[in-house]
Design a protein around this ligand. Structure first.
Ligand SMILES: [Zn+2]
Length: 125
């Protein structure tokens, strides 16, 4: 079984920060602490050491997606550069814990979608 199922349920699972394989188990046990394995299906979230380093790309993308509209709206409304920077940095500071959580979940789902979630896949290579 590979990860190429319907995208809808996967997006919902990612939004709810659920397992990238069964969509049922929660990814996090604490605020920024992930479960090592999915509580529902046993799927190991951290596929290999350093796996979540890639999540920082998801984090940059998220940060960019959040900040850019704010930047443009403020610029269009004639705000000064200092005001724009203050609002942008404040927004990033407030949203970074949320982005941290979502970046890992998105990374996990991204990987599962393109590389599948069968246990065979990791030994086949
Ligand atoms: Zn699971």
């Amino acid at each position: 079984m590979n990860g190429h199922g319907p995208l809808g349920p996967r997006i919902v699972a990612a939004l709810l920060q659920r397992c990238s394989r069964c969509y049922r188990g929660p990814a996090y046990e604490g605020f920024i602490t992930m479960h090592e394995h999915c509580p529902a299906c046993g799927w190991r979230y951290e596929r290999e050491p350093g796996y979540f380093v890639g999540a920082m790309y998801a984090s940059y993308t998220l940060g960019f997606a959040i900040v850019m509209p704010i930047w443009f709206i403020l610029m269009a409304s004639g705000a000064s550069f200092g005001t724009i920077m203050a609002v942008v940095l404040g927004t990033l500071a407030v949203t970074s814990p949320i982005m941290f959580r979502y970046s890992r979940v998105l990374w996990m789902h991204f990987d599962a979608y393109f590389n599948g979630t069968s246990e065979d896949a990791e030994t086949a290579g």
